[in-house]
Design a protein around this ligand. Sequence first.
Ligand SMILES: C[S@@+](CC[C@H](N)C(=O)[O-])C[C@H]1O[C@@H](n2cnc3c(N)ncnc32)[C@H](O)[C@@H]1O
Length: 141
Amino acid sequence: MSMQAMIYAYFNPASTWNEDEARIPYQPATKKLHGRLRPSAGRMKDAKPYDTSKGALPRDVIIHPALLGHLARERVGHPDQKPLGLIEKIICTSSNPGDLVLDAFAGSGTTGIACVNTGRDYVMFEVDPVWFDLICRELSS
Ligand SMILES: C[S@@+](CC[C@H](N)C(=O)[O-])C[C@H]1O[C@@H](n2cnc3c(N)ncnc32)[C@H](O)[C@@H]1O
């Protein structure tokens, strides 16, 4: 398993946090179990069956498939390229369509592509001309 450490930090309690975008679908077995539970007595007698339709909120770890080596179709050769689906999830969780997203270390430009796919604007910086040119090509195609 490959692991990446990420930090989500915010200073304003009014910051965007779309928690439903971060939800993880329950396993079919969990859904089935909760669907069968019918509290009938004691302290829990009025409890409603647990709603599993929206999925579970993640804890400290987001599990997402890694890029599959050089075989991944989206891989462009950057040594630290992140999976597009993971970046889209983070962007959708912490911004709204039409917002402006800043990535000061753009690399292969995954953030820009994720913004195009999810309806956000973006500003990116990349110091290496090789990756800068690649980003320009990817985003103009
Ligand atoms: C961890 S990679 C980013 C990977 C990116 N998230 C992706 O999915 O491809 C960091 C990038 O930041 C760039 N970088 C490092 N220092 C920089 C700086 N001062 N200004 C702009 N870019 C910088 C590096 O060249 C590298 O491509």
